[in-house]
Design a protein around this ligand. Structure first.
Ligand SMILES: Nc1ncnc2c1ncn2[C@@H]1O[C@H](COP(=O)(O)OP(=O)(O)OP(=O)(O)O)[C@@H](O)[C@H]1O
Ligand SMILES: [Mg+2]
Length: 257
């Protein structure tokens, strides 16, 4: 459960692509142990904002940011920050599962093995624990050495979650993690998230308002204003979804009624 202590905060965060503003004046507070939702129209800047939280935008040469992002009250841009370590503590799950052409076991170990040396027995224990946590163990326990590419898309997404969990992150960023999945796999992931938030903070971008209503605690609504993305409104899920203050959010919700 959320203990109301901020884990991630942004301070006047802005992002530019070359000379074009993509996001401006973003001030968000995400608390430890919550599921925080980012909703809003296509192209508003939700994915760009999410990728600020673990400095993934650093990998895009065009993008520059202003303002700050705090993780446990310390700037993630401070010189002392080890970016790979930061990305291990703040993991990421994408819309399409990213599967390496290797076995299920190797896919789980991919990041964790680079983080610290492990004996084969420690690796085996970690693989089982991570697959169990991602609710995939029973389906794959007899074929851990087989290629991960043989799994269904829903299973592949849970494998990606297991790979992220193997790094023992404090936060997982998720960019529309169920939009490529069927309803049953979607429900499996949603239930997992509700359970994972007991020890991991989750920030999720979703276009699915029923999903936002079901799994998030707080929500930020991102929309464009004069062509630049802003957070128009943020707060408790029920308040935002049923009693929005901004016209932009009311319009966005009405569009989907
Ligand atoms: N590297 C880049 N260079 C130039 N423009 C970019 C870059 N990355 C994103 N943009 C622009 O920033 C804006 C926000 O994009 P972003 O992908 O964050 O939106 P989004 O809210 O995630 O949209 P969707 O819901 O469709 O995924 C878009 O206009 C996009 O074209
Ligand atoms: Mg996006």
């Amino acid at each position: 459960m959320s203990d109301s202590k901020p884990i991630i905060e942004t301070r006047n965060l802005g992002v530019r692509a070359g000379s074009r503003n993509i996001l401006r004046n973003v001030n968000l507070t995400i608390s430890r142990g919550e599921v925080f939702g980012l909703i809003g129209p296509s192209g508003a800047g939700k994915s760009t904002l999410l990728r600020c939280f673990n400095r993934l935008n650093d990998l895009v040469p065009d993008l520059t940011s202003t303002g700050d992002v705090m993780f446990h009250s310390e700037s993630i841009y401070a010189q002392s920050v080890d970016v790979n370590g930061l990305r291990a503590r703040i993991g990421m799950l994408f819309q399409q599962p990213v599967i390496f052409p290797a076995s299920i076991r190797e896919n789980v170990l991919f990041g964790a093995k680079r983080l610290k040396p492990m004996s084969p027995q420690e690796q085996t224990t970690l693989v089982e624990a991570s697959l169990r946590e991602a609710a995939l163990w029973d389906e794959v326990k007899d074929r851990l050495k087989q290629p991960a590419t043989n799994l269904s898309v829903g299973q592949q997404q849970r494998l990606c979650l297991a790979r992220t969990l193997a790094m023992q992150p404090e936060v997982i960023l998720m960019d529309e993690p169920t939009s490529a999945l069927d309803p049953r796999s979607t429900e499996a992931i949603e239930e997992l998230l509700l359970w994972l938030k007991s020890h991991i903070t989750i920030v999720i971008v979703t276009h699915n308002l029923a999903q936002a209503a079901k799994i998030t605690d707080n929500i930020a609504f991102v929309c464009t204003n004069d062509g630049v993305g802003e957070v128009a409104e943020q707060g408790p899920r029920d308040k935002l979804l049923s009693n929005p203050e901004s016209t932009a959010l009311a319009d966005y919700l009405n569009l989907r009624l």
